[in-house]
Design a protein around this ligand. Structure first.
Ligand SMILES: [Fe+2]
Length: 176
C-alpha cells in the first residue's frame, strides 16, 4: 500500500506548483509589457515583473524553512492561461482591443495565483507554520492589489474601443 499522504505533502506539492507558475509568469511579463500599447499597461506589467521576482524569493524562503530544495512542479493550469495570453497577443496584434486582451490575461493569471496563495496561507496556519503564513500573506496582498489595479486599467482601456471600425464590431445577440 502506498504511504499515506498528509496535508504537509499537499502543502509542499502546491508550493512547487506556484513556484513553477511564478517562474513562468516572470518570463511572460516582459513579453506582455512589450506587446502593450499604452504606457500605463507597459509600466504596470514591468512593475509586476519586479514584484514577481520578490514573490519567488519569498517562496524560496519557505522551501528553506521546510528544509527542502526549491523546486518547481509543472503546472498545466498556468501554462494554459499563459498560452491563451500568447494567442491574444497574436490574434489582436495592432488592434484597439489588444490591451484589453492583455489585461484580461493578466487578470486570469492573478486569480490563479490568488487561489493558490489563499489556500497555501490557510494550510500554513493549520500546520502551525506561522512564518510561512506571513510570507504567503504578503504575496497574496500584492496579487490582490495587482488584480484591483488591472480592473481599473481594464475599465479605462476598454472604454471607447468597442466600435473603432465596423469590421471589428462584434455581432451582439439579444438576450432572450
Ligand atoms: Fe505572483
Amino acid at each position: 500500500m502506498a504511504t499515506e499522504k498528509t496535508l504537509n505533502d499537499l502543502f509542499l506539492d502546491t508550493l512547487k506548483d506556484i513556484y513553477f507558475a511564478e517562474k513562468q509568469i516572470l518570463k511572460a511579463l516582459p513579453k506582455m509589457a512589450r506587446a502593450a500599447q499604452s504606457e500605463e499597461g507597459k509600466a504596470g506589467f514591468l512593475k509586476h515583473r519586479d514584484e514577481t521576482q520578490g514573490q519567488i524569493e519569498r517562496l524560496e524562503q519557505i522551501f528553506e524553512l521546510l528544509g527542502k530544495p526549491a523546486r518547481g512542479k509543472t503546472c498545466e493550469a498556468i501554462q494554459g492561461i499563459l498560452a491563451e495570453g500568447e494567442e491574444i497577443m497574436e490574434e489582436y496584434k495592432g488592434t484597439v482591443a489588444l490591451d484589453a486582451g492583455l489585461i484580461s490575461s493578466a487578470q486570469a493569471v492573478e486569480h490563479y495565483e490568488m487561489a493558490r496563495y489563499g489556500t497555501l496561507k490557510s494550510w500554513a496556519k493549520q500546520l502551525g507554520m506561522t512564518e510561512a503564513a506571513t510570507l504567503l500573506d504578503a504575496t497574496l496582498q500584492e496579487e490582490i492589489a495587482t488584480d484591483q489595479k488591472l480592473t481599473a486599467l481594464g475599465e479605462e482601456t476598454a472604454k471607447g474601443t468597442g466600435n473603432a471600425s465596423a469590421s471589428s464590431k462584434p455581432v451582439l445577440k439579444k438576450a432572450s
